[in-house]
Design a binder for this molecule. Structure first.
Ligand code: ISE
Length: 334
């Protein structure tokens, strides 16, 4: 039976998910494309052949002809729309972050607990990226012994908006690293410090964070939203017997004017195209077969990322190390 999916949000990410549902997910169809801006919804719906266009997300979630939902509307709508999906008894693939407020994440977790099952899978797509997958596999196989450190670099060509701040780098961009470090090292973050160098212009400067884990490892995270040269995300795990770094495959190289060069991706959509497809297919498999995807980020992971981000913002503001203390992990996320 075909799974009828509603995509909520027709912006950059909504359009991307709509494309995946329409073109790369056998067994699914793009049932509804919903956006507050009807013209925008219609234009994306027309490109990818959505059956219906709508403007009210809550009404879409409640529709009888919608089996599952992908939420890709603005960040502040993620938690309320996830709650609406839980209420409707539908599974949702919600873009990250679940919320920038850990309290909102707790509300979603409480609703899932009350419903007696997980309903939410979060779009921390890097878990499905081949480079991170291979890194994890090598670490688990014992190739580098015990992991001591993980270094992360997260660079964007430039900021999405002129008024982007260091705090936003922590709450909007860095949650990917907060999620991947927990997933890679299988442990929790316990403390964070955050500092920024000073730029000579008014653009937001990089934020550099040092995170401590419950297993006494150190993780560094550089988020540079104005790296000027392109989208560049990389990581290195340093173990007691070696290290593993991610590589990004480039299919071409330009030789010209006595030099050789490889292109950088303009943004995350190209860089993680395969990860997004694999993630969305895993969501479909969950909807159709009922097994929560092994790699998926849950509401608990969304809560953890929000807790680290909140502590990171405090650390940046105070110029001092902040401890991070999670609630005990509820049974349904174990
Ligand atoms: C951005 O905010 C995102 O949400 C993307 O997923 C991420 O890859 C990008 O670097 C962020 O800045």
């Amino acid at each position: 039976m075909t799974t009828r999916i509603a995509v909520i949000g027709a912006g950059i990410m909504g359009a991307d998910h709509a494309k995946i549902v329409a073109q790369d997910m056998p067994g699914a169809c793009l049932q509804v494309l919903c956006d507050m801006d009807e013209t925008r919804a219609r234009s994306v719906a027309d490109i990818y052949g959505a059956r219906h266009v709508a403007t009210d997300p809550e009404a879409v979630i409640a529709r009888d002809d919608v089996d599952a939902v992908i939420v890709a509307s603005p960040d502040f709508t993620h938690a309320p729309l996830s709650l609406a999906c839980i209420k409707a008894g539908k599974k949702v693939m919600c873009e990250k972050p679940l919320s920038q407020k850990s309290g909102d994440c707790l509300e979603v977790m409480n609703a899932e607990e009350a419903a007696g099952a997980r309903h939410v899978m979060l779009g921390f797509m890097r878990r499905y990226d081949p480079a991170y997958l291979e890194m994890r596999k090598m670490l688990k196989s014992g190739e580098i012994g015990r992991a001591l450190m993980m270094h992360n670099w997260h660079r964007n060509g430039d900021t999405p908006a002129g008024d982007f701040t260091g705090a936003m780098a922590i709450t909007n961009s860095a949650p990917h690293e907060f999620d991947i470090l927990r997933y890679m090292l299988d442990t929790e973050a316990t403390a964070i410090t955050a500092r920024q160098p000073k730029r000579s212009d008014s653009k937001v400067a990089p934020v550099v964070m040092v995170i401590e884990t419950a297993d006494d490892q150190i993780v560094t995270v550089e988020v540079n939203n104005n790296a000027a040269y392109g989208y560049d995300v990389k990581a290195e795990l340093v173990g007691e017997q070696g290290s593993i770094a991610t590589n990004h495959a480039a299919y071409t190289r330009l030789d010209k004017a006595m030099s050789k060069s490889v292109r950088h991706d303009p943004d995350w959509r190209d860089r993680y195209a395969e990860a997004y497809r694999t993630q969305d297919r895993a969501f479909l498999a969950w909807v159709q077969r009922g097994y929560y995807p092994e790699l998926a980020s849950s509401s608990w992971d969304g809560y953890a990322a929000a807790m680290i981000a909140e502590a990171g913002v405090r650390a940046l503001g105070a110029g001092a190390r902040q401890e991070i203390t999670f609630i005990a992990k509820p049974e349904i996320y174990k």
